[in-house]
Design a binder for this molecule. Structure first.
Ligand code: SF4
Length: 291
């Protein structure tokens, strides 16, 4: 099987078969992201090559494959007919397959529209991981996410209406100290309007080679410390009315939060309040990310 460029997958895809359908990211402008800053440039692989990889994996792993993830960044942007074709082929060669997942930013989901999403669901795509990052338009502009809160709400709702599970990622601290409150309030509002299956929390860590690291180093972006992040998380959580699975399944986070909303909210808030009583020196130190 062929792989090119960085191969990223979320922790929840740790047991998935990885077959590369696209290379790079068609957007590649987010100020916090280093993944494809040094290339390769975005392109979709030829369907015939992806099918060859699926067939090879089928020979290697046989009936044991239950989940399949097509990396890389924004595979949802590949032509709909091609993505449908590889999903259908995967369902044929892996009869026990329970899930096919891709990464997809809201701008590309929005560009596809409801009808294409329904076709993808019919072809067997059944989960999309979306970097929502924030529901605050001012933050989305600053981090050059290439989308708006309104577009994220449409894209999220269309995905769910098509019958595709939606996993939304929120970056705590991405608005810095100055924008923290607005980031928490607007993000909760967008999540409530979408009501995704999963809300996954990540904490902002400046990465080498990114514009946001330069801003941190120049003093133009004041990062939140552990208490600031925990306070922002509590602000977000208090406003969430969505019935989603909330999880902080990532090494960047200061504490591990995991529960179904809304029933787990009080327990999670108790966890946050207890963590806020601990000194900041108790938590992981500041570091610059290199992956
Ligand atoms: S965060 Fe996602 S959309 Fe933004 S540049 Fe990185 S891979 Fe592309």
């Amino acid at each position: 099987m062929d792989y090119e460029g960085p191969i990223y997958r979320p922790p929840s895809e740790a047991d998935s078969l990885l077959v590369q359908a696209t290379i790079g990211c068609p957007h590649n402008r987010c100020t916090f992201c280093m993944v494809y800053k040094n290339g390769p440039r975005y392109r979709a692989r030829p369907v015939v090559d992806i099918i060859r990889d699926l067939d090879e994996a089928s020979g290697l792993y046989g009936q044991g494959v239950r989940t399949l993830f097509f990396p890389a960044g924004n595979t949802i942007a590949m032509p709909t007919d091609d993505l449908c074709q590889i999903c259908r082929h995967a369902r044929r060669v892996f009869p026990t397959l329970e899930r096919i997942t891709v990464y997809g930013s809201s701008q590309y989901i929005h560009h596809k529209g409801p009808e294409a999403l329904k076709r993808l669901a019919d072809a067997g795509l059944n989960r999309i991981h979306v970097g929502l990052e924030s529901g605050d338009d001012a933050v989305l502009r600053k981090i050059r996410k290439g989308t708006t809160a309104a577009q994220q709400i449409d894209a999220g709702r269309w995905t769910l209406e098509a019958g595709i599970q939606l996993s939304l990622y929120v970056i705590l601290g991405i608005a810095g100290a100055a924008g923290s409150r607005s980031h928490a309030i607007c993000t909760a509002d967008v999540l409530n309007q979408i009501n995704p299956d999963f809300i996954r929390l990540r904490t902002f860590v400046p990465k080498i080679g990114t514009p946001l690291l330069e801003m941190v180093q120049e003093g133009a972006f004041e990062m939140l410390g552990p208490h600031g992040i925990l306070t922002e998380t509590a602000m977000l959580l208090r406003r969430l009315t969505a019935s989603s699975q909330l999880t902080s399944d990532h090494y960047t986070n200061y504490i591990n939060l995991h529960g179904r909303l809304p029933e787990s909210r009080d327990r999670l808030l108790d966890q946050l309040n207890a963590a806020l009583k601990r000194p900041e020196s108790d938590f992981r130190p500041f570091f610059i990310g290199d992956q």
